[in-house]
Design a protein around this ligand. Structure first.
Ligand code: GLN
Ligand code: ZN
Length: 757
């Protein structure tokens, strides 16, 4: 009857084995063979974890990134690395990470990295130009297939489909990418033949681009591509995920593929139409376990919905997680220390596959065959639904009572700006930083010592206070105008707040790959959010007491906290966001009460929350901006609100940015040569702006002259009275030895500008 499968398994390893193996290899501390062995061991273990499935993915493992893997399979290497004739793996890492100019082989720029759809995973962007040729290198897949075969794995190779591959890449010469399609398809055909010759029956071909809005020529590309790949040698399972197909559904239904996978979490409403419009022999794979969150599936509700479909489809029904499990942590077994009740509500990758198995058994043998499993699932869901830790009536009431006025400042920007200027008495081109100063080894040691109990609270607090003192002394010496406390006490800008808010829980090992060897451990927002007591006031007041200069209080905004967490599936994101907004608003008001005159609310991840389809942007922006306004705008006119965003294209969201009504916005612009400011000019953005003049991602020290030139460019677009001078972002990843000279030059640049103003 039903067939079970999986689209992809997390590759980083339960104990982040891949991360450590990669980093050790890169440092030259282990051999290439050591690294390869870790890859083999991880793949073996992961297939073992999936052994009860009817089909397991092969080729979902990657040493760095699955898109880069595909580029190498297609022989699409950037020309700057083509002449290296050393090991392929080393060339692969060369593209992934670049090589600095100090190496013997000279500088090689890394491939550009960008977000994989709306996840927090980042892939290496394929590079094209009009002359790009493709040549097949199937070794990676062949090797992994052989490994799988040797282990008795029922293998289903996974590749990225040609249209998504082209769509995600960048034509470096601005040429038309679709012109490459015929050349690309020739290599894909060859690849499919190779896989067929290796005994493969099914190939999963991922085309997530189908959940986005496609121009007509890209829709046509799908038809051309899948007609060309319809060779009859292997069966293609066209996998779509991360959303609904909508207007692309008829297109998908008409493609000559043996199977289609649909994200039945997000696109449940489309299942009936897809089934009705598909050929009578097509496999329909339904993603019924959420691959994007960490919650248990409601198994009975799923069965209620699925059983009739299973009756109709019979053998043609496949079930799987909604997308690759790359986006969830590996195994709850690593969470022995987590609160037991909360843990009982969760499912990581391994648990999600067990859910698939239980659902399949119920479909095959009836629910009676899994009575125990269903009862346990129901009990867990009931405990979650009824838990007083999830439901806080006071918080729900506060959100229900939100009115429009909550997000309104008392006066318009011009009036506020006048009052603020009177109090703050800042010079033209005021200088400031974005919040964090270097997180030194001593800071990290103190924090881990405190966490593990080796350092008592008093000593820890004293250490942090000394760090704050140091940051302030340095800022005074530099002559900055608006100071910050430096964020020494913060491990991470989201975790720091999550740890102090009710409604959040933290995993110990819930790592998810962000890119390459980098992982994040997103906090889990499980319940209604409330703040027990002030979270930052003590540190910031202490910092303010050490200086006569204005002290800028530093907070993370509700949208960013939300977008960097695993969120609830039992209420809309917007409601969780409003709850966060009310909690951070209280913090803002407490800082104001404590005499802090400038408060920065970081919204680094505002853009990340944008839905994949533009037609849904407005809805998101409406509540996200409202949440920011509720957080920020309860203050008096005299209190200056700053916000900060990292590198962002503001072109299509400038109206929303203006709607936030922050008195000052600092942004990352230095690498764009101030071009990002164009849109602020054309939109006549009314408030103050701090366009970053110092690229903090690079160890280079910018000179005063360079920064003066950047500000001149900014001043061509924004009146000088509304400009601030600051770095692109926080300085936590830099060394003091880099920060001091760079900021000396920055302050110097501002001085020079004032003299000539
Ligand atoms: N205030 C934060 C810092 O300086 C901002 C970080 C960010 O924008 N990512 O570290
Ligand atoms: Zn930033």
């Amino acid at each position: 009857m039903v067939t079970t499968h999986n689209l992809g398994f997390p590759r980083i390893g339960f104990k982040r084995e891949l991360k450590f193996a990669l980093e050790s290899y890169w440092k030259g501390q282990s051999s290439r063979d050591d690294l390869l062995q870790v890859g083999i061991a991880l793949r073996g273990r992961h297939w073992q974890e999936q052994s009860e499935l009817d089909l397991a993915p092969v080729g979902d493992f990657a040493f760095y990134d699955q898109v880069l893997d595909m580029s190498f399979t297609l022989g699409n290497l950037p020309s700057r690395v083509r002449h290296f004739d050393d090991d392929v793996l080393d060339n692969y890492f060369r593209v992934a990470r670049g090589r600095s100019a100090t190496g013997i082989e000279g500088h090689v720029a890394a491939g550009e990295m960008t977000k994989w759809f709306d996840t927090n995973y980042h892939y290496i962007v394929p590079e094209f130009d009009a002359a790009t040729e493709f040549t097949l290198d199937a070794t990676r897949l062949q090797t992994q297939l052989a490994e799988a075969k040797a282990r008795g794995v029922k293998a289903k190779p996974v590749i990225i489909g040609p249209v998504t591959y082209l769509a995600l890449g960048k034509a470096k010469d601005g040429s038309e990418k679709l012109a490459l399609l015929p050349r690309l398809l020739a290599v894909y055909s060859e690849l499919l033949t190779t896989l067929a010759n290796a005994g493969v029956e099914w190939v999963q071909i991922d085309e997530p681009i189908l959940v986005t809005e496609l121009e007509a020529d890209w829709q046509n590309a799908f038809i051309r591509a899948y007609q060309a790949l319809d060779t009859g040698r292997v069966k293609l399972l066209l996998a779509t995920y991360f959303g609904q197909l909508r207007e692309n559904l008829p297109l998908v239904a008409g493609l000559p593929v043996a199977g289609v996978h649909l994200d039945a979490i997000n696109a449940r409403d489309e299942v009936a139409e897809l089934v009705a419009s598909s050929p009578a022999d097509r496999v329909i794979s339904l993603g019924i376990v959420n691959g994007r969150n960490i919650w248990k599936t409601d198994l009975e509700a799923t069965l209620d919905w699925l059983e009739p479909i299973a009756k109709t489809l019979g053998e043609r029904l496949w079930i799987a997680p909604s997308c690759s499990l790359l986006h969830v942590p590996v195994d709850l077994a690593g969470e022995a220390k987590m609160d037991r009740e909360i843990r009982s509500w969760l499912a990581f990758a391994v648990q999600k596959l067990t859910e698939i198995k239980v659902l399949a058994t119920a479909l095959r043998q009836g629910r009676a065959a899994v009575v125990m499993e269903l009862a346990a699932n129901r009990a867990a869901l009931d405990s979650r639904r009824k838990s007083a830790r999830v439901n806080n009536p006071a918080v729900k009431a506060a959100v229900a009572a939100i009115t429009k006025t909550l997000g309104h400042r008392k006066s318009a920007f011009a009036d506020r700006a006048r009052k603020q200027a009177n109090i703050l008495q800042l010079p033209l081109y005021p200088t400031t930083t974005i919040g964090s100063f270097p997180q030194t080894t001593e800071i990290r040691l103190a924090r881990s010592g405190f966490k593990s109990g080796k350092l008592d609270e008093r000593t820890y607090n004293e250490t942090m206070r000394r760090e704050i003192e140091h940051a302030i002394q340095e800022q005074e010496k530099l002559g900055l105008d608006v100071l910050v406390h430096g964020e020494a006490e913060r491990n991470d800008m989201v975790e720091y707040f999550g740890e102090q808010l009710d409604g959040y829980v933290f995993s110990q090992n819930g790592w998810v790959q962000s890119y390459g060897s980098r992982c994040v451990k997103p906090p889990i927002l499980f319940g209604d959010i409330s703040r027990q007591k002030p979270m930052t006031v003590e540190w910031i007041s202490y910092a303010a007491s050490l200086t006569d200069k204005p002290m800028k209080g530093m907070l993370t905004g509700p949208v960013t906290i939300l977008n960097w967490s695993f969120v609830r599936d039992d209420q809309p994101r917007s409601i969780s966001c409003f709850q966060l907004a009310l909690a951070i608003r209280d913090e803002v008001l407490d800082l104001e009460k404590a005499g802090i005159r400038i408060i920065q609310i970081d919204e680094a991840a505002l853009r990340e929350g944008l839905p994949l389809r533009k037609s849904q942007w407005q809805d998101y922006l409406t509540w996200a901006i409202e949440a920011f306004r509720i957080t920020a705008n309860g203050v008096e006119d005299e209190t200056q609100i700053h916000t900060h965003m990292c590198y962002s294209e503001f072109n299509d969201i400038i109206a929303a940015i203006a709607e936030m009504d922050a008195d000052v916005i600092t942004i990352e612009t230095s690498r764009s040569d101030m071009e990002l400011l164009d849109v602020f000019e054309t939109f006549s953005y009314p408030n103050q702006i701090g366009p970053g003049v110092y690229d903090i991602h690079s160890p280079n020290i910018p000179t005063a002259t360079q920064m003066v030139a950047l500000i001149h460019k900014a001043a061509e677009r924004i009146p000088p009275e509304r400009l601030w001078v600051n770095p692109d972002c926080g300085l936590k990843t830099r060394q003091w030895s880099e920060v001091i000279p760079a900021l000396t030059n920055m302050v110097d640049a501002a001085r020079k500008l004032r003299e000539t103003a």
